[in-house]
Design a protein around this ligand. Structure first.
Ligand code: URA
Length: 335
């Protein structure tokens, strides 16, 4: 879509329009013209075949093969530049103040996008699909998390931590909810749209189901503590990348230490695998007591199905129900 087709008449409409796109998961600018990736792959393969059948001195060692850099778009800039947008709004008779405001919005988005690109460029990558956490960023996350002596301090540190790109696209930090003295702590994967808006974990559809699951175990939010492995919403609710998870891991580990619950409940495979190091799938993992070590202190942990999965597969709710009873019985044993 070119700027003249953008359906806005003023800055407020533009802000609403950009908000709509971002909520719909449109978080990067693409070229106007479609690209035939199949044709590009075909041509790459043809080049490879030619290289292999070329005289010996021209054959590249296998290890030096790498996919070609994607062809840069004709223009490196967004398809809508601030100047273009300003001109367009001027033509539509939008006031200078409103134009200035719209320009600021676009600049902010551009800065956020560029920061995301810059940070991800500093990540060491051996392969286009494999991202290796930058040891320096993970180290700084560990040091920052380790320095927090209370949940409030951890929240403050996390709010100022700039090592995770997800903060650039999220509206709010989604830190935690419930009682800091809870005997039981639930850990999900990452916030969704509603959580991002409210800055509170599990308040959307999954959260409502979690509330009902808690009730099944005779619990409610005020008796438990709830958090996520990743405290910022990934754009469009995509799965957090291994790099994002690795960067955020020290913070959730410290959060668990500070809450110091008797039982940690991993909601879904992502949480269970990230925090316990387990490799099995959730079907195999769920419902079993896991011994979960933190700085020499062992605490009980158990994995159960993520409420979002249960919403898609209601027949599995009976297993989650069983897990909750199991947890309840364990709490009662130790009362
Ligand atoms: N899913 C999660 O894993 N966490 C939330 O907070 C909401 C949905």
């Amino acid at each position: 879509m070119s700027m003249s087709e953008v359906p806005v008449a003023n800055a407020a409409e533009l802000a609403a329009y950009l908000e709509f796109l971002s909520t719909a998961g449109v978080d990067c600018a693409l070229e106007d013209a479609p690209a035939d990736r199949f044709a590009q792959t075909r041509s790459l393969m043809e080049k490879q075949v030619q290289t292999r059948s070329a005289p010996q001195q021209n054959i590249a060692p296998a290890s030096s093969f790498s996919a070609p850099e994607p062809t840069p778009p004709k223009s490196e800039s967004l398809s809508v530049s601030p100047a273009e947008m300003a001109r367009n709004l001027r033509e539509k008779g939008v006031s200078p103040d409103a134009r200035q405001e719209a320009r600021k919005i676009l600049e902010r988005q551009r800065t956020a996008r560029e920061a995301a690109v810059t940070t991800s460029a500093s990540i060491t990558a051996t392969d286009k699909n494999a991202v290796i956490p930058n040891a320096e960023t993970v180290g700084s996350a560990r040091r920052a998390a380790g320095s927090a002596q209370s949940l409030d301090e951890l929240r403050r540190i996390l709010a100022g931590f700039e090592g995770c790109n997800l903060r650039l696209t999220a509206k709010n930090l989604v830190f935690g909810d419930g009682s800091s003295k809870a005997r039981i702590m639930f850990v999900g994967e990452a916030p969704g749209r509603e959580e991002d808006i409210q800055g509170v974990p599990f308040v959307g559809h999954s959260g409502h189901l979690l509330d009902r699951m808690l009730k099944a175990a005779g619990l409610d939010r005020s008796m438990v503590y709830i958090a996520n492995v990743v405290p910022w919403r990934p754009p469009g609710n995509r799965t957090p990348t291994p790099h994002e998870t690795e960067i955020c891991r020290p913070f959730i580990l410290r959060q668990i230490e500070l809450v110091d619950p008797e039982i940690v409940v991993f909601l879904g495979a992502a949480s269970a695998k990230t925090l316990s190091g387990a490799r099995d799938g959730i079907r195999k993992l769920r419902g079993k007591w896991l011994s979960y070590g933190l700085e020499g202190t062992q605490r009980k942990a158990i994995a159960t199905y993520h409420p979002a999965y249960l919403l898609r597969s209601p027949a599995e709710k009976r297993f989650a129900w069983r897990d909750m009873l199991h947890i309840r019985a364990e709490l009662e044993t130790n009362e």
